[in-house]
Design a protein around this ligand. Structure first.
Ligand code: SAM
Ligand code: SF4
Length: 316
């Protein structure tokens, strides 16, 4: 476990011949994880749309004319029903997402705390992603039974400024610090394919690999170019670039769970197989990832059979 990586080292890893890179990553992967074991997670959008932030990729931002309208908070019984369905399909982590800039104390937050408590009683890891947090709010989340808090850095600090202007990278790092201080696990990753450079992607991994401890889990999203957002016309990122980023992530974050997140719907079984070999070891199941389409559960079941993958059945 190292926390003193340099961008030069990450670039040298990234530029290795592909087979050298993915076998190096695989060799490290099996030192900390069981090859072919995949954690299955499920992301439930408990409060969708109407977000005041201007993240250029996001269907839920109220700044853009997308197909996603603001909806009231989901009722707790429905959240529990969705969680139970996901658990029946092998999920060991349930993530609750809200399209908020930050958490505000009051009735809605109290309701989220009650949801977390109820889902935690189903004996799964509970994660949530609610935007920026204060320390007392993080403490309340922990007491409610939260396991991890997701707060993505998305890209390099340099590129972040071009994608989001309603908050800063430092705002994100501050919340990550609050989360870590409370003893909650940190879930933090990013997006490839927004028009960033390889350097930006490696800078994100460098930031994550110099956090101490490393994030417990790292979602790797591929941009879903949503109609109505400023990134709607963005062309798809090369599968080979994504594979290299996954492999480098595995090399510098050997213990972290690396989750294939948004964009997996566009990945062939072959691409996913190579990604798992190179160190990805978690996916989201379910028809939707918040508001964007995800692979169907049946398609995923067929992949598990085809590749001989095993769902991680034990929670951490
Ligand atoms: N509002 C909370 C926040 O911004 O932290 C909820 C986050 S929710 C998990 C949003 C995350 O999903 C973003 O940080 C981004 O990494 C990813 N995401 C959202 N829209 C996406 C898109 N169109 N394509 C790829 N990833 C996306
Ligand atoms: Fe809001 Fe989060 Fe979407 Fe940004 S990513 S617009 S903060 S819901």
């Amino acid at each position: 476990m190292r926390y003193d990586w340099t961008i030069t080292e990450l670039r040298a890893l990234y530029d290795l011949p592909l087979f050298a890179l993915i076998s190096k990553a695989h060799h490290l992967h099996v030192q900390f994880h069981t090859s072919g074991y995949i954690q299955v997670c499920n992301l439930i959008s408990i409060k969708t749309g109407g977000c005041p932030e201007d993240c250029k990729y996001c269907a839920q931002s109220s700044r853009y004319q997308t197909a996603v309208a603001a909806q009231p908070m989901m009722q707790r019984p429905q959240v529990l029903q969705l969680a139970k369905e996901a658990i029946a399909r092998g999920a060991t982590r349930i993530c609750l997402g809200a399209a908020w800039r930050s958490v505000r104390d009051g009735k809605q937050f109290d309701e989220v705390l009650a949801m977390i408590k109820a889902v935690a009683e189903l004996d799964v890891e509970v994660c949530c992603t609610l935007g920026m947090l204060t320390e007392p709010q993080a403490e309340r989340l922990k007491s409610a039974g939260l396991y991890a808090y997701n707060h993505n850095l998305d890209s390099s600090e340099q590129f972040y400024k071009t994608i989001i202007t309603t908050r800063t990278y430092q705002d994100r790092l501050r919340t990550l610090d609050v989360v870590g201080k409370t003893g909650l696990k940190v879930c933090c990753g990013g997006i490839v394919g927004m028009g960033e450079t390889v350097e930006d992607r490696l800078q994100l991994l460098l930031t994550l690999a110099t956090l101490k401890p490393h994030p417990e889990s790292v979602p790797i999203n591929q941009l879903s170019a949503v109609a109505g957002t400023p990134l709607e016309g963005q062309s798809a990122v090369s599968a080979w670039d994504v594979l290299r980023i996954i492999a480098v992530a595995r090399c510098v974050l050997p213990k972290s769970m690396i989750r294939l997140s948004c964009g997996r719907i566009a990945m062939s079984y072959e691409q996913q197989a190579l990604s798992f070999f190179a160190g990805a070891n978690s996916i989201f199941i379910g028809e939707k990832l918040l508001t964007v389409a995800n692979t169907s559960p049946d398609h995923d079941e067929a992949m598990f059979q085809l590749l001989g993958l095993t769902k991680n059945d034990s929670i951490s």
